[in-house]
Design a binder for this molecule. Sequence first.
Ligand code: NAP
Length: 298
Amino acid sequence: MTAQIISGTEIRKAILGEIKEEVDQMKEKHGKVPGLVTILVGSSPASISYVTLKVKTAISLGFHEIQDDQPEDISEKELLALIDKYNNDPDIHGILVQLPLPKHIDDKKVLNAINPDKDVDAFHPVNVGRLMIGGDEVKFLPCTPAGIQEMIVRSGTETSGAEVVVVGRSNIVGKPIAMMMAQKGVGANATVTIVHTRTKDLASHCKRADILIVAAGVPDLVKPEWIKPGATVIDVGVNRVGMNEQTGKAILKGDVDFDAAKEIAGKITPVPGGVGPMTIAMLMKNTLRSAKLSLGMS
Ligand code: NAP
């Protein structure tokens, strides 16, 4: 049987529609809209394209959006002063600094200077700690893990009591999604295993998974025979494996051998069109949440 494809493109569309509705209501009731500032330092083409997409999405939702582009040679002190300005701006609910920053700037120092209540990327140690505590403590979830959890929930996958195996232990994907799936609550209550390069017998762990989340950055790492029949497979990996000479665009592949895996899994995310499109939607959701919290809305 061929697996149900969990489309990140479709789910993102639904989420952005829900956000737009809430923004319209907020505007009508409170005369306010969520405010997001995106700070881009320098002119790396990849960073420009990420920022442009974020800005376009924010504008399409009716957010108050400031695109604050700064030259490559901005000093760390000047950048910290800029963050301080937005920390104190009541119309800004989310501050996003596009990474990577130039070498002369300590990105940890910069990210830690963002007010945790405006840290919509959820990279600040305070928000990492809140995620660990769980429940009402959590203000924002990191965007990629939040997108993964949303896909699991919206695809109707049962998580309570499920065996979840997470391949990868990075701070931006593996560790947070593992913690989120182990928490008490909707889309969680799972029994979680994290595996990595030092794990003995990766295959045997993957084979146990009712929900297999793969974030390793290794094309086709997960073989079809590692997948439990009927499992939900979330492929976070985005690997450039070549160039399409006709379109000039990169050929992308996930960490799972998709064509073979879809014949065994119950549900599976594609690459591209899976987890990737979800991240920006969750960033917008965090900014909306920040605005709601600032207005005393739940
Ligand atoms: P990362 O920081 O490089 O971490 C990769 C993790 O995978 C590490 O913990 C590593 O183990 C583990 N790993 C690597 N090779 C392995 C192997 N052969 N067997 C077992 N474990 C292995 O990567 P990341 O930032 O989490 O990103 C992972 C992938 O997701 C990348 O392809 C990235 O492009 C993609 N990604 C996509 C999105 C999105 O779509 N929005 C967002 C973020 C990341 P060790 O710790 O032992 O080294």
